[in-house]
Ligand binder design. Structure first.
Ligand code: ADP
Ligand code: NI
Length: 211
């Protein structure tokens, strides 16, 4: 147990070092929230889970994100880090599997994911919705130079709106964020997503009024 705690502390430090200059919503506070979300999901879902692998992967998942790093090199670095910590090989393999399978853009069939990957994926997705999710979306958009919205294509109705103008942060809500609540793997995360999803709808409605 003490050893596990030490590995978790080392993983936090590794993630913090990798994400220290991030302004796109992928900083260490994101990893810590994903970690906490994953802990909550594990506690609720009475399933047999490799808890250490989930804890480490939730902290480390964005250190290999292709949007932020050269994925191949980052994976190699992560592998070296895990080995240097003397984490058991089976746990290392599991962590590497989780961090490589959870990303939205990889579109891996959820039924093909291990329960550990499913939990970390849910924990990560929860942090993309709700108040934090809204803040992260605008932080991401600003970092990559996207405008907040396109006044010509912001539709009248939130519930039926589909937007065609690409590369605005508001567009990202329709492309991805509003779909996340129905993509949760676990019933715990599905439950946790409801209130956060509602907030996205309220936000979009008010955003439009203010425009
Ligand atoms: P995944 O790793 O599952 O692909 P992402 O890294 O794409 O997830 O998403 C992580 C965060 O980055 C989310 O909070 C999301 O809203 C934000 N994000 C990603 N792409 C965009 C975008 N085009 N506009 C605004 N936010 C984005
Ligand atoms: Ni993430």
């Amino acid at each position: 147990m003490e050893l596990e705690q030490k590995w978790i502390t080392l993983a936090k430090a590794y993630a913090e070092e990798k994400c220290q200059h991030d302004t796109s919503g992928h900083d260490i506070s994101h990893s810590l929230r994903v970690y906490r979300n994953a802990q909550m999901i594990m506690r609720q879902e009475a399933v047999n889970v490799d808890e250490l692998a989930v804890a480490l992967a939730s902290l480390l998942h964005d250190t290999v994100d292709a949007k932020l790093f050269d994925e191949k090199y980052a994976l190699h670095q992560l592998q070296t880090f895990l080995k240097d910590c003397q984490i058991p090989a089976a746990t290392c393999d599991r962590v590497l599997e989780i961090v490589q399978t959870i990303s939205f853009h990889k579109h891996i069939d959820p039924s093909a994911l291990s329960i550990e990957s499913q939990i970390v994926q849910d924990a990560d997705r929860l942090d993309a919705i709700g108040a934090i999710g809204i803040a992260r979306a605008f932080a991401y958009g600003a970092t990559v130079g996207h405008p907040m919205y396109d006044k010509n294509s912001f539709s009248a109705s939130v519930s039926t709106a589909t937007h065609i103008s690409n590369h605005t942060t508001i567009q990202h809500f329709y492309d991805k964020l509003l779909q996340l609540k129905d993509k949760m793997n676990t019933s715990t995360a599905r439950q946790m997503a409801l209130q956060r999803h509602e907030l996205l709808l309220i936000f979009l409605k008010q955003f439009q009024i203010e425009i």
